[in-house]
Design a binder for this molecule. Structure first.
Ligand code: ADP
Ligand code: MG
Length: 480
């Protein structure tokens, strides 16, 4: 007898029931944390015949499931649908809701898994935007905007509030606010490019007729040089004078390039007179932009200058959460807190840590816990031959004084522990640029005043006994 019920698209309830049955099997076989991390975010979408389609949050997520749980999924399907049951994944490719065609994978206990990829499937969803950049320095009407940068995925904090709000005001009313030009400056990896691109994208999406152009100062310079070489300077300036919004990134690059600056000056004046919006970024405040002509610098002051600072602790937490959410992963708060307390230089580095953490997790087939975060951080820091981590300091101190790391983090007031602990905090302050609050966190959750007290105690001791300085020297030599 043909079973018709299985041949039609099932109602929502049937899908949910089948998926629930799968989950029950899965739950019995893996630790709770793994279940939460990798199975709770999965959404059952449809059941068509014996094909169950589930939605997974990202490509990364799909690969993880494929690498780690194929057999378990097979078992679950056997139970819930039968041996000819099939699983199809629908992967959310973008952070928005846009879905690519499903990537299908047949899970089978007999054979190795058998995949079928639609031709248009892009393996790295983030590559999409860079394709446009292939016509390097030619003057085309490409806006050079990367749609992945938006206000929605830009986390606001005290460190960037002014720049973000000014940017948003400009995005809403380009050329009509007093923020013209809008100049945003700040160190590397603090979100300048992100913000400027977010403004460009917002305007492109909300104003059909406005021509937005994003250009790095380097590209601008190269285009300018090419136009001189090819005798097309007029074309070059005409091109730029046509735009409604000009975003020029990293203007510090124009330093010392007199001819390029002259041309930029003319373009700037022309656009500004017509009420067109100009947005610029720089890695330092305008007053420190050496090699930039005064007449250009004075133009920057017409509008608003806003700075971007390194993210504070709360903002770092929010950025990490946003980032892992967009990757479709859930990580326990203690791990997030650990990362936020350990990486405080800039957002790019923070993102780097999260990406390698996820890569590490998929390679070692482990869940992301504090231990893994620790190892990953250590590897990153060591590889780049940069700085000593707080963990290294604790290990070396523990080894040197024959105490345990747990002792260093404990509340113990024993003399044998207190002195090494204070030395460790002292060195943590010296070697890392972590704020006192974060150093305290790494020593069993002490507050910043305890850290200050420890550092003062070591300073006092140093005045009294020369041994302390000697010990410190010896310890420092281990860090090299
Ligand atoms: P900059 O141009 O200042 O060197 P970027 O704009 O390239 O820095 O930022 C580096 C990375 O950090 C980018 O991936 C960006 O999306 C991310 N980023 C920076 N600031 C934020 C923020 N406030 N919220 C979310 N992501 C951010
Ligand atoms: Mg940049």
């Amino acid at each position: 007898m043909v079973n018709y019920t299985l041949e039609r698209i099932s109602t929502n309830r049937e899908v949910d029931q089948v998926w629930d049955a799968c989950l029950r099997i899965i739950q019995q076989h893996i630790p709770e944390q793994s279940f939460k991390t990798w199975f709770e975010p999965i959404r059952p979408l449809k059941l068509y015949g014996k094909v169950l389609t589930v939605q997974v949050p990202s490509q990364f997520f799909y690969e993880w499931l494929e690498d780690n749980y194929v057999n378990l999924l097979r078992k679950a399907l056997d139970y819930a649908i039968g041996r000819d049951g099939l699983l199809e994944y629908s992967i959310i490719v973008d952070t928005g809701n846009e879905k690519h065609q499903p990537l299908t994978m047949n899970v089978s206990t007999q054979k190795s898994p058998n995949y079928s990829k639609p031709d248009n499937f892009s393996t790295d969803p983030r590559m999409g935007a860079t394709v446009r950049e292939k016509d390097q320095d030619s003057l085309t009407l490409d806006t050079y905007l990367n749609p992945n940068y938006s206000f929605d995925n830009f986390i606001e904090g005290d460190c960037n509030r002014l720049a973000r709000s000014a940017g948003f005001a400009v995005a809403q009313r380009p050329g009509l606010t007093s923020f013209n030009p809008l100049m945003m400056y700040g160190g590397v990896g603090l979100g300048k490019t992100h913000l400027v691109q977010a403004i460009g994208n917002y305007i492109t999406n909300h104003y059909e007729n406005k021509l937005v152009l994003y250009v790095s100062s380097e590209k601008f310079t190269n285009q300018f040089i090419n136009s001189i070489r090819n005798n097309t300077l007029q074309e070059f300036t005409d091109f730029y004078m046509k735009v409604d919004v000009l975003a020029i990134d990293d203007v510090q690059f124009l330093s010392g390039k007199e001819k390029t600056q002259d041309t930029f000056f003319h373009i700037f004046n022309h656009l500004h007179q017509l009420g067109k919006q100009i947005i610029m970024t720089s890695d330092r405040p305008p007053r420190e932009l050496q090699g930039l002509q005064d007449r250009l610098l004075s133009r920057f002051k017409w509008g608003l200058t806003a700075d971007l600072q390194a993210p504070d602790f709360e903002t770092r937490i929010a950025i990490i959460q946003k980032k892992i959410q967009s990757e479709g992963i859930s990580i326990d708060y203690d791990v997030i807190e650990y990362i936020a307390h350990s990486v405080n230089s800039n957002v790019r580095e923070l993102e780097g840590v999260i990406v390698s953490l996820m890569a590490q997790a998929s390679l070692t087939r482990r869940n992301i816990d504090v231990e893994l975060a620790k190892n990953t951080l250590r590897n990153i820091v060591m590889n780049e031959d940069k700085e000593v981590t707080i963990d290294t300091i604790q290990e070396i101190i523990a080894d040197y004084f024959q105490v345990s790391i747990a002792d260093l983090k404990s509340k113990s007031r024993k003399k044998e522990v207190v002195y090494p602990r204070q030395l460790a905090m002292y060195l943590a302050k010296e070697y890392t640029d972590l704020p006192l609050k974060s150093i305290g966190y790494h020593f069993g959750g002490r507050d910043h005043s305890t850290v200050i007290h420890s550092i003062q105690s070591i300073n006092l001791l140093m005045d009294e006994t020369p041994d302390v300085e000697e010990t410190l020297q010896k310890l420092r030599s281990y860090f090299k």
